[in-house]
Design a protein around this ligand. Sequence first.
Ligand SMILES: NC(=O)c1ccc[n+]([C@@H]2O[C@H](COP(=O)([O-])OP(=O)(O)OC[C@H]3O[C@@H](n4cnc5c(N)ncnc54)[C@H](OP(=O)(O)O)[C@@H]3O)[C@@H](O)[C@H]2O)c1
Length: 258
Amino acid sequence: MNTTTDTWTTDPADLSRSTVVVIGGSGGVGEGVVRAALAAGATVVATGRDERRLGELAERLGALGLAGTLHTRVLDAMAATLDADVTAMADEFGAFDGVVVSVASWGEQGRKPALALDDDEWQQLLDGNLTSVFRLFRAFLPVTARTGVLVQLNGMSADIPFPGSAAVALSAAATKSLTVTLAAELGGRGPRVVQLVLGVVRTRARQLAGIDDARWIDATQIGDHVVGLVAGTSPLSTEPLQYFTDRAEGPRPGPSMR
Ligand SMILES: NC(=O)c1ccc[n+]([C@@H]2O[C@H](COP(=O)([O-])OP(=O)(O)OC[C@H]3O[C@@H](n4cnc5c(N)ncnc54)[C@H](OP(=O)(O)O)[C@@H]3O)[C@@H](O)[C@H]2O)c1
């Protein structure tokens, strides 16, 4: 049996006056963020492309009786209507205090050596993992509160080789670059922008598939950290690059980029 001792904790934060959108909220990591934000009392808008998956999320979380209010919306980052869809969401909910980008796509090609990808597979992976993030940032930044935060959740493939999944990894590296560049461009003259690089996460989908390890980070622990970023109570609230790769150690700042 694997055991772990977490050496970090987060102070409970109050998001009862905050609105948080979790893009990819129906996904494994996104669900943990949605759950933590609801537990902190937030109004949460969880998005995904699949209405059924969103409905199942609402049913599961509704049964927990958490303090906040959950709304679900279908949103496709690659849709021609994205900007109008996001404007309509902002008209409905007001400016967002937290915008969490938790999208990913493994594509349908399976694991393949980098140079075995054909043009369509390459394009599909870049659309799903890189262009989607760029389009989401562009659409959501104008509707993020000046005091708010935009967080992109990313994986360690942003920094290390990832044989068999080259286009996923190079997209991760590119979105990491995009996020920290956006943070530097804004330079404190807009919402905070945070790149959060994660280690392996214990998600519901993995557990259902019988794939689990107690040393992995719980999706809700990531959510608790994101809640602290939105509330501004986390010691890392103003760090544009941060890592949560070791469950026991907790979140830590990345190397300085100055
Ligand atoms: N799972 C891990 O162990 C792990 C580890 C490190 C980092 N991460 C990072 O965490 C993030 C989320 O990963 P995950 O494991 O939660 O993935 P996931 O379970 O596949 O969830 C992905 C979410 O993104 C949505 N999505 C995908 N493409 C989209 C698009 N074009 N437009 C709008 N929504 C889209 C999906 O909704 P539909 O499919 O319903 O449309 C789903 O809600 C990724 O950035 C990943 O790099 C995950």
